[in-house]
Design a protein around this ligand. Structure first.
Ligand code: TTP
Ligand code: MG
Length: 417
């Protein structure tokens, strides 16, 4: 067997939130534990002990209580889970130069050509499982190994919990022959119903129709289905690498010296840059204002803050501060705002920052901003307009904003999945 065979490893933590609760509170170990019951009133996840009673993720808590009244019901502690997620990421990073965290509790690793370091790829899988268990103080994960990404993910489900399943290249055809099309990423309920009407239930069934049929009938989705059904998945493991900066700029329709007007653009830029940073879990210390005058002369001015920011308000305030300190030499033709100076070595988890005042404040703004981001991604870019730029004034307002932010956080975790 050639050592250059491509191997993709997928690891997924077992009952992630619930296992952390059991780890942190030994009295919960071996017992049915259900995590959830926030405002949405649904199960986030539950321990394998609770799954025996038919409790599942996304089930209403009330239904879970009917099925398993004896379970211990706990509220999610997102901050702790994110912290654990970062620890898992650091641990598995030592196994391959190409690691892609695909959600809070799962990752792909490119395991190609690493035999000299770890031995055969299944031994590497076992070593990774042991490393995760040790680093976390006892959490287990399941590992799937296959020649391509989507098969590796399916493989990691096969022996859950605490399992390892390896799908060798030679066995891929027989594996696909009986694999339900619903297991292929991108085949949702509607598509699978249509496929069922065509008599296509398994990946093996897909080849009953020519590729041309799939292409003309379903376009891109049809081609992808054909590829996956043949065991092909060209997607690479995409290691995350941070951008150096995030910025937005605009060339104005008419040159202007109107500072208030320029500030409306700063706000829009702050909104865009902030949303992008938050989406990537980034925050930066340096804010840059770029201005091009009517005569095309261009200047940039930077401010470096003591703490990292990513909220729209903080970016806006800082960039406006720079503008206020500027003597405008001419009418302005272009205005841009950028944020840089991200912490080296990976995404910043604002929720994990020590609660120093400025960053704590930034944390609250961040949560508020995320609520807005979530609404936008759900209802479109213009669905939420900022009626006011700063925090809610009184306590009641603040509470509801915090609640909203928490809800968005939960949705974000779910959507990522
Ligand atoms: P999963 O990996 O889907 O579930 P799990 O780790 O709890 O269990 P398994 O052993 O089957 O992998 O999701 C990871 C975490 O994401 C999970 O612990 C809680 C959270 N989550 C939700 O909050 N809502 C959901 O609907 C799902 C599916 C997950
Ligand atoms: Mg999991």
């Amino acid at each position: 067997m050639s050592s250059s065979q491509r191997w993709i490893m997928h690891m997924d933590m077992d009952a992630f939130f619930a296992s952390i609760e059991q780890l942190d509170n030994p009295s919960l170990r071996g017992r049915p534990v259900v995590v959830g019951g926030d405002h949405r009133g649904v199960v986030s996840t539950c321990s394998y002990e609770a799954r025996r009673f038919g409790v599942r993720s996304a089930m209403p808590i009330a239904e879970a209580k009917r099925r398993c009244p004896q379970a211990v019901y706990v509220r999610p502690r997102m901050r702790r889970y994110v912290e654990m997620s970062a620890l898992v990421r650091e641990t598995i990073a030592s196994f391959s130069p190409k690691v892609e965290m695909a959600s809070v509790d799962e990752a792909y690793l490119d395991a190609t050509g690493l035999e000299r370091l770890f031995g055969p790829v299944d031994a590497m899988g076992r070593a990774l499982k042991a490393a995760v268990r040790e680093a976390t103080g006892g959490l287990t994960c399941s590992v799937g190994i296959a020649p391509v990404k989507f098969l590796a993910k399916i493989a990691s489900e096969k022996r859950k919990p605490d399992g390892l399943f390896m799908l060798e290249r030679e066995r891929v055809p027989e594996f696909l022959a009986t694999l339900p099309v619903t297991a292929v990423p991108g085949v949702g309920r509607r598509f699978s119903e249509e496929l069922a009407r065509l008599g296509v239930k398994t990946c093996g069934d897909v080849s009953r129709y020519a590729e041309e049929f799939w292409r003309t009938r379903y376009g891109k989705a049809g081609i992808v289905l054909c590829e996956r059904a043949r065991g092909e998945d060209p997607r690479e493991v995409m290691p995350w690498s941070p951008p150096k900066s995030e910025s937005a700029e605009v060339t104005l329709d008419e040159d202007t010296r109107d500072r208030e007007f320029l500030k409306t653009w700063i706000l829009r830029h702050a909104e865009r840059v902030g949303a992008s940073l938050r989406g990537q879990g980034l925050a930066g210390r340096t804010v840059t204002l770029k201005i091009k005058y009517a005569d095309f002369h261009q200047i940039t001015r930077q401010v470096t803050l003591e703490h990292r920011i990513c909220s729209t308000e903080s970016i806006y305030e800082t960039a406006c501060g720079i503008l206020d300190s500027l003597e405008l030499a001419d009418r302005v033709r272009l205005i841009g705002v950028g944020v840089s100076g991200f912490e080296a070595g990976g995404p910043v988890q604002l929720s994990l920052l020590p609660e120093k005042e400025p960053e704590k404040d930034e944390g609250r703004r961040d949560r508020l901003n995320r609520a807005v981001d979530a609404l936008r991604s759900r209802y479109g870019g213009n669905a939420v307009m900022r009626g006011r730029l700063f925090e809610p004034r009184d306590e009641a307002d603040r509470k509801s904003a915090d609640e909203q932010a928490e809800r968005a956080e939960a949705r974000r975790m779910r959507d990522r999945h």
